[in-house]
Design a protein around this ligand. Structure first.
Ligand code: AMP
Length: 515
């Protein structure tokens, strides 16, 4: 007799479901409610549908749809059937999609109703057996087909190392890489975060993140399900709507841009947030000013954490102790972080180095890229995150930026974040991004791209003014040689500044003229 426990992530999440099947799981904008009982039954229908289509354990199911209740059923149905869920950003265009399908060779492709003809053509090219549609209203051929199936399903046994999902990294250089995440990776991270962030009976999560990314799909949904909590399940982030919903929520998860936009809402007050016990931020750096302003306005100290597609969360500020602005806190329980120089020697406290991570949540490897996978792990099996950071005296970690964003000018290292913080602190500056631009003499020249405030202080900013102010406070080699003014910094959907786009823009708008 096989007594092995089922390590299927769904089985682990299921243990958190409330005893009452009528308990609310997803609360929709129109007041509709999906109960935990329905979630269990509907995910069973989807699992049955997948099996009927010949989807076998380990087969990929590629999904490019808007956020919806049915998309959650499909995700859980994939887990239950032992299929590998492969969500894709709806923003991806034809040639990106074609790459993902040809690379991942899914058995099934679920697309939005609109680009169906295109989807069929791409699926043919990639040898995908089935194409179904799923609309954001839950309509379409997939939901119709699922409705024909039984609402019970015996979740397929999985072991911790079996794949649960592949997420293509937002990689800004080279070919996008499919990060393979196992049932064990996802379960380990979910269980730690659920405990660390103090999830408790009565919690309600305001869910406004997209669900094609680890933040909204794994971090948010897994914590809520493990806790048997309801989610106020909104199709997208909207600051005014978020403010109006906060009195019904106890936990909010967002990217830094959400917090900037919340602060622009006059309705965001301490009173409005009185019932919230935790505001979490991640996926991109939260400016210290945003952290401070949020605290001053609402009385809440945002808890910032850090992680990436290749493993979910790696560090977090503490729940019960000081949450330090500008830092991402400590390694999660069970996670080891090393900060090393290029030779692999541990950096001293306060010294910037490459961040390495090891833990049960760290991904299995890149899909069909064994070489790349090997390169990204050390001999001791630490994953090279590609981020740079430092420990402070108390063990808090600060992220300095991506290794590839490091600027080497005349052989000297310049960390963009150091300069960005100084420029951001100048009167009239909304925010800034520092990049290296190619230069025949120095290799790269430090360049700063600045968003000005639309007021007199902003109008008064000049290239010379910024350069002179910096010359007075930092070493000459770190001082930007050129300043560009732009209306906005390019950001991806997770709020990350796209420095590759800035670097590509040979002539960012409105090149400042030295005065
Ligand atoms: P992604 O794989 O899209 O989740 O992006 C992961 C990357 O986002 C990390 O490697 C970091 O560069 C960045 N990141 C995530 N969280 C933070 C944070 N709290 N502070 C600074 N950078 C972050």
């Amino acid at each position: 007799m096989n007594c092995a426990i089922n390590e299927n992530l769904y089985t682990i999440l299921l243990e958190g479901f409330p005893a009452d099947p009528d308990a609310a799981c997803l609360i929709l904008p129109d007041g509709g409610v999906v109960s935990y009982g329905m979630l269990h039954q509907e995910s069973a229908r989807y699992a049955n549908l997948l099996v009927s289509l010949g989807v076998q354990s380990g087969d990929r199911v590629a999904v490019q749809v808007e956020k919806s209740v049915a998309a959650v059923f499909l995700y859980l149905g994939c887990l239950r059937a032992g299929a590998v869920f492969l969500p894709m950003n709806v923003a991806y265009k034809r040639h990106e999609l074609e790459y993902f399908l040809c690379d991942a060779t899914p058995r099934l492709f679920v697309c939005q109703p609109q680009p169906r003809v295109l989807a069929d053509e791409m699926a043919r090219k990639a040898g995908v057996a089935h194409v179904f549609e799923l609309g954001d209203d839950g309509g379409g051929s997939l939901a119709e087909a699922a409705a024909e199936h039984q609402k019970t399903f015996a979740t397929v046994p999985r072991i911790a190392t079996d794949l649960a999902a592949i997420l293509y990294t937002s990689g800004t250089t080279g070919r996008p890489k499919g990060a393979m995440l196992s049932h064990g990776n996802l379960a380990a991270n979910a269980l730690v975060l659920h405990r660390l962030w103090g999830f408790r009976p009565g919690d309600v999560l305001l869910h406004m993140l997209p669900i094609f990314h680890a933040h909204g799909l794994f971090v948010a949904i897994h914590c809520a399900l493990l806790n048997g909590s309801p989610m106020l399940f909104e199709p997208r982030f909207d600051a005014a709507r978020a403010v109006s919903l906060l009195p019904r929520a106890t936990v909010f998860m967002g990217v830094p841009t959400y917090y900037v936009r919340l602060l622009a809402e006059s309705g965001l007050t301490g009173q409005q947030c009185a019932g919230v016990r935790l505001f979490l931020s991640g996926s991109a750096p939260l400016l210290k000013e945003t952290f401070d302003e949020f605290k001053a306005r609402t009385g809440h100290t945002i808890l910032e954490r850090y992680g990436m597609t290749e493993g979910g969360m790696f560090t977090s500020n503490p729940y019960d102790a000081e949450r330090r602005g500008g830092t991402v806190g400590f390694p999660l329980p069970g996670t080891t972080i090393r900060i090393v120089d290029d030779a692999g020697t541990p950096a001293k406290t306060g010294e910037v180095g490459n961040i390495l991570v090891k833990g049960a949540q760290v991904f299995v490897g890149y899909w069909r890229m064994p070489e790349k996978t090997r390169e990204e792990f050390t001999e001791e099996l630490f994953f090279k995150t590609g981020d740079m950071g430092r420990f402070d005296d108390d063990g808090y970690i600060t992220i300095i930026g991506r290794t590839r964003d490091l600027i080497i000018t005349g052989g000297l290292n310049v960390y963009p974040k150091e300069i960005e913080e100084m420029v951001d602190g100048m009167s009239g500056v909304v925010e800034s991004a520092v990049i290296g631009c190619p230069d025949t003499d120095l290799g790269e020249v430090v360049t700063v791209v600045v968003v000005r405030q639309k007021n007199a202080a902003g109008d008064a900013l000049t290239e010379t003014g910024i350069i002179n102010a910096l010359k007075a406070i930092i070493a000459g080699f770190k001082v930007p040689k050129q300043v560009y003014f732009v209306d906005d910094l390019p950001r991806n959907t997770m709020g990350k500044v796209q420095k590759n786009v800035l670097r590509q823009n040979e002539q960012p708008s409105d090149r400042a003229v030295p005065t």
